[in-house]
Design a protein around this ligand. Structure first.
Ligand code: KG4
Ligand code: ZN
Length: 336
């Protein structure tokens, strides 16, 4: 199964084989194109996917020693994401599948993230609680089986990754903000500032991160931004964001009774979050599963795997293509 990912600012492709597992994966990041703008410019993203996708598909096929005729199907990200960017992957993926006479599968990007830990050893068994934390989403989902997702809580405003990106911009730390904040926080003094843990003082599993962004803005305005202050603010921001996620995860585990936690999405690469969840969920006897950091952020492997899984349960799609820039996980059909 060839997997193609173009929902945002990464062009990625991978090959997954049901028997042998992941054969090869390749990724081209557009970070340098968007850096000067401090965020992703949708039209530039789409144009660059057009230039990079076909050579990347050729490179991944060559790396795996697989010819086009050996493909059993082509999976591509059909949503959610940037419409223009999604259309590039959909057009290439569907055309390739049609020309080879194999099925095409439009994959839900967040299902891809959610299933990425299945590419690791040991694989998590169903059922589990999933924390999906990326630049576009922050959600807790009850996963009772493949394709069976119930959203328990989500962000009412900014996604946590988006908050990392905005805070980094305010601190002059560049884009993408998550890794930049994490790096700056290493030399920060954790006692200097205390940032709020939004919505943790009331029941429920929803999140809100826009207040944390405003708090960062006000703190930045009130201080001279010399290097130590930047590090101290980055440290306070990261601690508060991670603490908020950990509090809600523990609450969701207690309410649902799940003994397994799967963490995925770009913010899942954050070392502090990984360590705290391992420590604090481990104390409860809950097993925590992560993809390797490069499969936390956007990648083709998760799309190839999710597409392969879906193709076991369905025959692929009718010809023609639509992308779904907005798409809920709860609208997906179950796979078992
Ligand atoms: O999953 P992803 O690659 O793309 C989306 O689907 O959104 O996630 C990207 C997000 C960005 O907001 C980025 O700042 C954040 O993940 N991120 C991190 C880290 N690495 C990436 N956030 C915190 N700590 C990190 N180490
Ligand atoms: Zn993503």
């Amino acid at each position: 199964m060839l997997g193609i990912e173009t929902s945002c600012d990464d062009t990625a492709a991978a090959l997954y084989d049901g028997g042998r597992g992941l054969l090869a994966h390749r990724l081209y990041s557009q970070i340098d194109i968007h850096r000067d703008f401090g965020g992703v410019v949708p039209e530039l993203a789409a144009r660059d996917h057009i230039q990079k996708l076909l050579p990347l598909v050729a490179a991944v096929m060559a790396a795996a020693g697989v010819s086009r005729e050996q493909l059993d199907g082509v999976a591509y990200t059909a949503g959610p994401g940037l419409a223009g960017a999604l259309l590039v992957g959909a057009a290439v993926g569907r055309s390739l599948a049609w020309s080879l006479g194999v099925p095409a599968v439009g994959v839900h990007h967040m299902e891809g993230h959610l299933l990425a830990p299945m590419l690791e050893d040991p694989q998590p068994q169903f059922p589990f609680l999933a924390l999906l934390v990326s630049g576009g989403h922050t959600l807790l989902a009850d996963v009772s089986g493949p394709g069976r997702y119930r959203i328990l809580g989500e962000s009412l405003d900014d996604a946590v990754g988006e908050a990392f990106d905005k805070a980094a911009k305010l601190l002059g730390l560049g884009y993408p903000g998550g890794p930049a904040i994490a790096a700056a926080a290493q030399t920060g003094d954790p006692r200097r500032f205390r940032f709020p843990r939004p919505m943790t003082d009331r029941p429920g599993l929803d999140f809100s991160f826009s207040g944390l962004k405003t708090y960062t803005l006000n703190t930045v305005r009130d201080h001279q931004l010399e290097a130590q202050t930047v590090a101290d603010i980055a440290c306070a921001f990261q601690t508060a964001a991670v603490d908020t996620l950990v509090i809600k995860v523990k609450r969701a585990l207690a309410a649902s009774g799940h003994r397994r936690l799967v963490v995925a999405g770009g913010v899942g690469a954050n070392k502090l979050l990984r360590q705290r969840l391992l420590d604090e969920c481990g104390e409860f006897g809950v097993a925590v599963y992560y993809p390797r950091p490069e499969f936390c952020t956007d990648n083709g492997a998760m799309i190839a795997y999710a597409g392969w899984l879906r193709l076991q349960a369905c025959a692929g799609e009718e010809p023609g293509f639509t992308v779904r820039p907005r798409w809920s996980l709860e609208d997906l059909p179950a796979l078992d």
